[in-house]
Write a protein that binds this ligand. Structure first.
Ligand code: SF4
Length: 379
């Protein structure tokens, strides 16, 4: 396929890997411990496992899987809130497919649907708005989640609902924002990261400029990376090269998509509809200041948190589940005691086993497969 195969070329992957290995050997620190690079985005986690990229790299380099899969960081209490809205009479509850399978304390949205509640999977918030227009006698709620990647479409939908005065449509807003999340990672005493693969899709919206504090204040390099195998390998090369040169900079490997100042139209729409919450609860990471957004007063009529009562309880994960340690990179997915035993993609206990971008699901599907280095293209 034009413009994709070029980024999956096995020979070129081997050539980049060879150059990375040569560079790494010149680094003193890599003789004492492996270099740890965090891929913040779940899309990168999926690509790393799917294409077996760790096999290409020398043992001196380790990927740490970060918290960039929004479904995976959904606390159980939020799933319970969704279900409590969905169970109210007359409600049509809509969301993306992945969110429907995340376990709450008693059930998932999919199970609520199986019990007869009107829970519908949609491909975009505009689909949910359309359902509201087709069902004026029902309350239609869209469960919005995700980083700045999905925020613009939700914001534009709310602006559209306001313009068309669709009174029976509201948003349960659980959107999160990337910069405070990365800062929390950097402030964590458990973390010893040598650099970041920056998220490609989020950066398409926010640009590369907001990451500059990482090099300036924390002296870590970040390379915004695309999602194909050669994108990721080239980004790792760029990170290692910075370390060898003694530099800490924000670089953009994904220039074909990511502009330095982001997408002005999307950012304006986000700014019009959303404002930062003081704090926001993450699964496995606790509360992170200013890491979530809520709906501004101006759009209060479309805010499901003001329209519906919900339990708003904090629910801890089951004791044996180690999702928090995986999502912060403290342990690898296969080191969780439940991995592949009671927790599988068919019977997920933690959310990291639900989404294809979740580290546990990606490792379950691809992690134990040995891939011949020359066959990257064929996967
Ligand atoms: S295997 Fe399951 S319980 Fe363990 S960390 Fe992964 S998702 Fe969580």
């Amino acid at each position: 396929m034009k413009y994709v195969d070029e980024f999956r070329n096995g020979k070129q992957a081997q050539a980049i890997a060879k150059r990375i290995a040569e560079l790494v050997k010149t680094l003193q620190v890599s003789k004492q411990r492996p270099l740890q690079f965090m891929e913040v985005c779940g899309g990168h986690t999926h690509s790393i496992f799917r294409y077996g990229l760790a096999q290409f790299l020398p043992e001196e380099i380790e990927f740490v899987h970060g918290p960039g899969c929004p479904v995976c960081v959904l606390p159980m209490g939020v799933v319970d809130d969704c279900i409590s809205i969905a169970e109210q009479p007359g409600v049509i509850f809509t969301t993306f497919g992945d969110a429907m399978r995340v376990p709450g304390s008693k059930k998932s949205l999919l199970q609520a649907k199986a019990e007869g509640h009107d829970v519908r999977m949609v491909y975009s918030p505009l689909d949910a708005l359309q359902i509201a227009k087709q069902n004026p006698q029902r309350e239609v709620v869209f469960f919005g989640l995700g980083f700045e990647t999905t925020m613009p479409s939700t914001a534009l939908t709310l602006q559209q609902a306001a313009k068309e005065q669709v009174k029976n449509f509201s948003l349960f807003c659980n959107h999160i924002t990337i910069i405070p999340t990365i800062k929390a990672m950097l402030d964590s005493p458990d973390m010893r990261l040598d650099g970041f693969l920056g998220p490609g899709h989020v950066s398409m919206v926010i640009g590369s400029q907001p990451y500059e504090f990482i090099s300036r204040d924390y002296h870590r390099p970040l390379v915004i990376a695309g999602f194909e195998p050669l994108d990721i390998l080239q980004s790792v090369y760029m990170l290692v090269k910075q370390l060898v040169d003694g530099r800490c900079e924000i670089e953009n490997q994904y220039e074909r998509i990511v502009p330095q100042m982001g997408n002005e139209v999307a950012l304006r729409s986000i700014g019009d509809v959303f404002e930062l919450r003081e704090f926001f609860e993450w699964r496995g990471m606790g509360s992170i200041d200013h890491s979530g957004v809520r709906i501004r007063e101006k759009y209060a009529d479309f805010d499901a948190e003001r329209k519906f009562s919900m339990p708003r309880l904090k629910i801890a994960d089951p004791d044996a589940a180690q999702c928090g340690e995986v999502v912060t990179g403290v342990i690898k997915p296969e080191q969780c005691k439940l991995f592949g035993k009671s927790c599988t993609p068919q019977t997920p206990i933690g959310a990291l086993m639900v989404s294809t971008e979740g580290a546990c699901a990606a490792h379950y599907h691809y992690g134990q497969i040995e891939i011949p280095l020359s066959q990257v293209v064929s996967r």
